[in-house]
Design a protein around this ligand. Structure first.
Ligand SMILES: [Zn+2]
Length: 398
């Protein structure tokens, strides 16, 4: 199939030669979908892995603005215990290099949990930026933090510099990595620090959850400790340390990450650091994904064969992929269910996406939970919170 989008150069070394490992594919919603798939490629020059055949940065910016509309509408930005543990871990790692007089910048601060953790350790001078107005105002209200609404592109309108900047869970989402790092780097004072945390693709095979789940629509850069160091060297940041971290997407799902602290220096390095870990790790991850997906297909085939009327709970990566790769679209699907208000009211395969509350009108329809990350939580909601009588199919417990 001819490519729809401009080819993407390697975000780590800017090289243009690459090999495709895999084509990820998704069904699209009636409105607001980002793309119907992408190529997972590995750079021939430096070994970094990234998503290719993807839309331009402006499309990503619009998508995130739209998707953040209802963010935190239900939980009012309360920091979850796993987020709290993550913020403490980052503060423990980075604070030995800082003093409380230092000025901190958290880019993509969400509701301000990380800066609040530093605040509790005596750091009083900080700024959080976030593209979501709801997040920025919650960060201000919940923790008394100074915040500014804006995407990374708008960092150019801030004139002050900071002794340490934080970029956690951001860089894996960005198409134009160099532009973003330049803008963030400019806000770091000479000899200041930059902490970056991203998923670590060189460990994807070691913490397996659902097939292909870590190749989600929103993650388009697959860094490793090596490629992160290489990228930052090109942006005049020298490594201080890097650590492999375990982040929980839910109690049942792990996303391996790498956290790296870097120090701004006065010279960039074009010295190539070749990543030899990511490609074999991703190949193992893909092989395991194919094997597990086969088992899911057998379960779905059975639902199709018995013509069971079902609702499919979850319209994330898991479902969007299965609709393209399995016989799920041939099943007797009455509706899709999702608790995320961003999806409700849209259609998938011409079938409506409804809120969980609508299930009370569908007592005889069986429920297929299509998520590994949230399977236990959804099951808990069905049985304990909504007390629904419907039969439930779980793909990750027998
Ligand atoms: Zn490269």
């Amino acid at each position: 199939m001819p490519s729809l989008f401009e080819p993407r150069a390697c975000p780590v070394c800017t090289g243009t030669e690459k090999k495709r490992l895999f084509r990820q594919t998704f069904a699209t919603l009636s409105a607001g979908s980002l793309m119907d798939g992408f190529d997972l490629v590995v750079c021939d020059h430096c070994g970094a892995a990234y998503g290719d055949d993807i839309p331009n940065q402006a499309t990503f910016d619009r998508y995130y603005a739209e998707m953040s509309k209802y963010e935190y509408a239900s939980d009012a930005g309360v920091t979850t215990p796993s987020d709290q543990a993550r913020f403490k871990e980052i503060a423990n790692l980075v604070s030995p290099y800082l003093t409380p007089e230092h000025r901190l910048l958290d880019v993509g601060c969400a509701t301000g949990g990380l800066l609040a953790e530093f605040q509790s350790r005596g750091f009083r001078r900080s700024l959080g930026t976030d593209p979501s107005p709801a997040c920025a105002s919650l960060a201000a209200r919940l923790h008394g933090l100074q915040t500014k609404v804006g995407s990374i592109a708008e960092l150019g309108t801030i004139w002050e510099t900071f002794d340490a900047a934080f970029l956690t869970g951001v860089l894996e989402h960005v198409r134009d990595v160099d532009d973003s790092l330049r803008l963030v780097g400019d806000r770091v004072a000479e000899n200041g620090f930059l902490y970056i945390e991203v998923p670590d693709a060189s460990c994807y095979d070691r913490h397996f959850g659902a097939p292909y789940q870590l190749l989600s629509m929103e993650h388009i850069n697959y860094f490793s400790p090596t490629s992160l160091e290489h990228l930052l060297a090109r942006h005049s940041f020298a490594p201080v340390f890097n650590v492999r971290l375990i982040r929980y997407l839910s109690p049942q799902a792990i996303e391996p990450c790498v956290g790296g602290l870097f120090r701004k220096s006065d010279r960039s390095s074009n010295h190539r650091i070749v990543d030899r870990e990511s490609k074999p790790a991703l190949e193992r991850y893909l092989a395991r994904s194919a094997e597990v997906e086969c088992r899911l297909h057998a379960r779905i085939d059975e639902l199709v064969r018995t013509r069971t009327s079902i609702v499919v709970w979850g319209v994330g990566t898991h479902t969007l992929r299965l609709l393209k790769t399995s016989r799920l679209r041939e099943a007797a699907i009455v509706a899709f269910i999702d608790s995320n208000a961003n999806y409700q009211g849209k259609m998938l395969e011409s079938i409506p996406i409804l809120p969980p509350s609508s299930l009370k009108d569908l007592p005889r329809v069986e429920i297929l939970i299509s998520s590994q990350v949230a399977e236990a939580a959804i099951n808990q909601m069905i049985t304990a919170r909504l007390e629904l009588p419907n039969r439930v199919h779980r793909l990750y417990v027998d």
